[in-house]
Write a protein that binds this ligand. Structure first.
Ligand code: FES
Length: 100
């Protein structure tokens, strides 16, 4: 496994960023390097919803609690995750969709 994951932001002018593998994404991204907006960072508010365009196969399965939040936030939960609950293990292409 690579030491870093490259996070590419789809539909964003933001340049890709390298983050440490298996580190929480919301801890790796801050106000200067993140087009993803975070709120609670605990998986409750749904502010950080992202669509995974590639790399979903290397993410852990979404927890039932996270799935409940996602289902409230988006109409189609396919390939959608809470950005604050992601621990990338490889490269990801994500699109911030936030709350609907
Ligand atoms: S920041 Fe609140 S659910 Fe992710």
């Amino acid at each position: 496994m690579a030491a870093n994951s490259k996070i590419t932001f789809v539909n964003s002018q933001h340049a890709p960023v390298e983050v440490a593998c298996e580190q929480n994404l919301s801890e790796s991204l801050n106000s200067s390097n993140s087009p993803v907006l975070f709120g609670c960072r605990t998986g409750v508010c749904g502010a950080c919803v992202v669509k995974i365009h590639s790399g979903i196969e290397q993410l852990d399965k979404m927890s039932a609690a996270d799935e409940e939040v996602v289902l409230v936030m988006v109409d189609d939960p396919t390939a959608v995750r809470l950005g604050c609950q992601l621990y990338p293990k490889g490269d990801l292409e994500i699109e911030f969709v936030g709350k609907k």
